[in-house]
Design a protein around this ligand. Structure first.
Ligand SMILES: Nc1ncnc2c1ncn2[C@@H]1O[C@H](COP(=O)(O)OP(=O)(O)OP(=O)(O)O)[C@@H](O)[C@H]1O
Ligand SMILES: [Mg+2]
Length: 584
């Protein structure tokens, strides 16, 4: 859940983003401002056009404006006639349309790039985050941030670019108006400021709506992903209704936020239109009654006013959208900054075959300040099978995670042939580890793709050999599509035991130096476990195997047996009375 969101500070946000993205801002603004400039030139030709149409000599005017245009025509050697005015207007407006097209396309690119960069940055930081941090995050939150919230951040950035470009264009139009009438320019500036002040109320409302939208998105994703993970439980207990109600209510909440947002936009647009009519009428009244402007100037002023208000509206509208989406940017940035870095450091030594020993020296590990393991010492020979027993929740997985370099212990060291784990390069170390996690699942892909995942160079015959040894090959072949059968989400179309054997096949084809099996065969019946235990015992000497188990199945093939309990590690003798131990 989102707590303590920092309210978006538009000014600071704008300055920061402009300074970070100078080129983008420049190009985007240039394209729009250039189109505004061309528009202003095109519009200026309205005056001589009107003059030619309504005045007998086609020239006389009260202001200086027409003489400026006439001079410009003379300098360029273009005849001062209706035909050329119309041709010039058509040519200028055509170029202007091209600038507008480029600007809109560029805006799309800006947004897409921003979203891509932010997503990559987020995913990259997640990749480098500590396992503790990643474990503390909910899937739904990560999903909401990567999809909706980052998309909203991209829109926010785009709105900022559009707002800046619109303000730039606004200045061009004001400059143009200044050439026609200084006083009307003053009037336009004052009315634009007045309008902005009035509409700042809507900006604040938009920001509140934007904050709520982020929270509602989080809540929807949470409920939805949980309902999928728990679908079997919910169905079995006839409780789908609870989740359905919760999902519907979060969807209704989202709907109501979207409605509010729509109404806020509608109020904005409608009021702006109304204000526009008021200001243009007032402007024309002032122009004709008090400033004595003639018909052609008034016609031009109406057009410039129209454009000015259009641009003020666009600028304001972009600020409005920006205000709505700033909370998303703030949220994503806070999340990115809060990602805890992985404390496990790595070196550059190549990790390959372990020759002499694997050691844990005085390991101490805490979760949330609570000691889980302390004074854990162990020394084993490579190529052995090592079994870890012990009550649930005592720290078996946590201990093995330290050996696998997933968790960095608070103190103590993990050593391979007297080299600290941190001396090795992460890539070489991890390429030599196969870890079958307690909660291992499959990809929603074919069996073959699941087995080959990350080891594309492996041949089919190698895969078949291992799966035959693990007694799963015939089963796979008997499926309608054989190895090309899709296993469904998390492998749901297979039985638990089939899933586990496919996962073990995947681990073995990598030919690791260290194989970790955390409750990896607990879903198999005793008979089906036999071929797997056989395969493992044949691997002795080729790799070091760590098995975590709650049963006595692997005792016979193990060289060392340890018990993790009461925060420490104790070696158990092989001739322990196992019936007694397991209370069989
Ligand atoms: N992310 C976490 N935050 C807080 N405590 C945690 C976290 N992960 C594990 N723990 C706690 O650490 C202890 C050891 O957990 P671990 O998973 O290592 O136990 P285990 O011996 O593998 O148990 P099991 O046999 O049930 O798999 C447990 O009490 C667990 O609640
Ligand atoms: Mg465990």
């Amino acid at each position: 859940m989102i707590k303590n969101r920092i309210p978006g500070d538009m000014g600071k946000y704008a300055l920061r983003e402009i300074s970070r993205n100078k080129t983008t801002t420049f190009i985007s603004s240039f394209l729009l401002i250039a189109s505004g400039f061309l528009d202003a030139i095109g519009l200026s030709l309205i005056v001589p056009t009107v003059n030619v149409l309504v005045l007998e000599d086609g020239y006389s005017s009260k202001g200086q404006f027409v003489s400026i245009i006439k001079n410009a025509f003379d300098i360029l050697g273009i005849p001062y006639s209706l035909k050329f005015f119309l041709l010039a207007i058509a040519a200028i407006m055509l170029i202007r349309s091209m600038f507008i097209m480029m600007q809109i396309s560029y805006s799309g690119i800006i947004r897409a790039n921003y979203i891509l960069n932010m997503r990559i940055k987020y995913l990259d930081k997640l990749k480098k985050s500590s396992w503790r941090y990643l474990k503390s995050q909910s899937q739904s939150k990560l999903l909401n941030i990567t999809t909706l919230e980052i998309q909203r951040s991209g829109t926010c950035f785009l709105n900022l670019q559009q707002a800046i470009a619109s303000i730039g264009t606004l200045i061009i139009y004001l400059g143009f108006l200044f050439l026609i009438s200084t006083k009307m320019t003053l009037f336009a500036i004052l009315s634009a400021i007045f309008l902005s002040l009035i509409f700042s109320v809507l900006l604040k409302i938009a920001r509140k709506i934007g904050e709520k939208e982020g929270r509602a998105g989080d809540s929807f994703f949470k409920k939805f992903t949980e309902s999928i993970s728990l679908s079997k439980y919910l169905r079995a207990h006839g409780k789908d209704g609870i989740m359905e109600d919760e999902i519907h209510s979060s969807l209704k909440n989202l709907r109501s936020i979207h409605v509010k947002s729509g109404v806020n936009d509608a109020v904005f647009l409608a009021t702006y239109e109304y204000a526009f009519i008021g200001f243009i009428s007032l402007g024309l009244l002032i122009g004709s009654q008090y400033l004595n402007l003639d018909g052609s100037q008034l016609a031009l002023i109406s057009l410039v006013f129209y454009r000015l208000f259009q641009k003020t509206k666009t600028a304001q509208q972009h600020l409005q959208f920006m205000s709505k989406n700033i909370p998303a940017t703030k949220y994503v940035e806070e999340e990115i900054n809060n990602i805890e870095k992985n404390f496990q450091v790595w070196g550059d030594k190549e990790f390959d075959i372990i020759n002499k020993s694997i050691e844990f020296n005085d390991l101490m590990l805490k979760w949330d300040g609570k000691v889980i393991l302390k004074k854990v010492n162990l020394k084993i020979k490579p190529g052995t099978i090592n079994l870890f027993l012990g009550p649930s929740g005592e720290g078996k997985t946590t201990l093995i995670d330290c050996a696998a370099g997933i968790i960095k212990p608070e103190s103590g060291s993990v050593k391979f042939d007297n080299n600290d784990i941190s001396d090795f390069s992460e890539k070489s170390f991890k390429s030599k580890i196969s870890y079958v996690d307690q909660n291992a699942t499959l990809l929603n892909e074919s069996i073959i793709n699941n087995i080959k995942w990350g080891s594309d160079h492996i041949s089919k015959s190698e895969i078949y050999k291992i799966s035959k040894d693990l007694n799963i090959h015939d089963k796979i072949k008997s499926l309608k599509n054989g190895y090309n059968t899709n296993v469904g989400d998390r492998g749901i179309n297979l039985s638990g035991g089939e899933r586990q054997r496919i996962i073990i096949t995947r681990s073995l084809i990598r030919k690791p130096s260290i194989l970790i099996l955390d409750e990896a065969i607990n879903q198999l019946d005793s008979k089906s476990k036999v071929p797997i235990l056989d395969v493992l015992s044949k691997l002795k000497g080729k790799m070091t195997i760590f098995i975590i188990s709650h049963s006595d199945d692997a005792i016979e093939i193990s060289d060392n047996i340890f018990e993790v309990s009461q925060h420490s590690l104790k070696r158990l003798r092989k001739d322990t009375n196992w019936k007694n131990y397991f209370k069989l």
